[in-house]
Design a protein around this ligand. Structure first.
Ligand code: 5GP
Length: 124
C-alpha cells in the first residue's frame, strides 16, 4: 500500500470525538460536517470513516459498501440542503484535493460540497 495513513490528522481526531464538529449527516461508513473556515454559505466536508488518505486510495482500497455509502451520502446531503440543480435548487460544486499539487491540507480523504453563492468557472 503506497499510502501511510496518519491517525493523528485532524479528521481522524474528529472521527474519534476528540475534536467537536457540526455534523450534517452520519451513516455507518460516512461522516459529513461543516467546514470550520467556510468558503461559501454552504461548505460541507464529507469523509469516510475508514483510514483513507485521498480519492484514489479510497476508490481502490475501500469496500463496495463504503463507496456506495459515501457516494449516496453526498446525494442525500444535497437533497437535504435543497441544492440539487435538477430539482429547482441552485446547484453546487464538489472538490477533492489530493497531495501536494492540490495543496491537500488534511490527509484524510474528503469531498468539499460548496454552494450558496455564485462559484464562477473553475476550469478554463
Ligand atoms: P483540504 O485543503 O485538505 O482540501 O481541506 C481541508 C479543509 O478542512 C479546509 O477547508 C479547512 O477549513 C478544514 N478544516 C481544517 N481543520 C478543521 C477542523 O478542525 N474542523 C473542521 N470542521 N474543518 C477543518
Amino acid at each position: 500500500m503506497p499510502y501511510a495513513y496518519d491517525p493523528q490528522n485532524i479528521f481522524a481526531k474528529i472521527l474519534r470525538g476528540e475534536i467537536p464538529n457540526r455534523t450534517v449527516l452520519e451513516t455507518e461508513h460516512t461522516l459529513a460536517f461543516e467546514d470550520i473556515y467556510p468558503q461559501a454559505p454552504i461548505h460541507v466536508l464529507v469523509i469516510p470513516k475508514g483510514p483513507y488518505v485521498c480519492a484514489d486510495h479510497f476508490a481502490l482500497a475501500a469496500s463496495d459498501a463504503e463507496i456506495v455509502d459515501f457516494t449516496r451520502s453526498i446525494g442525500r446531503i444535497c437533497a437535504d440542503l435543497g441544492i440539487q440543480p435538477g430539482e429547482g435548487g441552485q446547484g453546487f460544486r464538489t472538490i477533492s484535493n489530493a497531495g501536494e499539487v492540490a495543496v491537500q491540507e488534511v490527509p484524510h480523504y474528503h469531498v468539499h460540497i460548496l454552494s450558496g453563492r455564485p462559484l464562477g468557472r473553475m476550469l478554463q
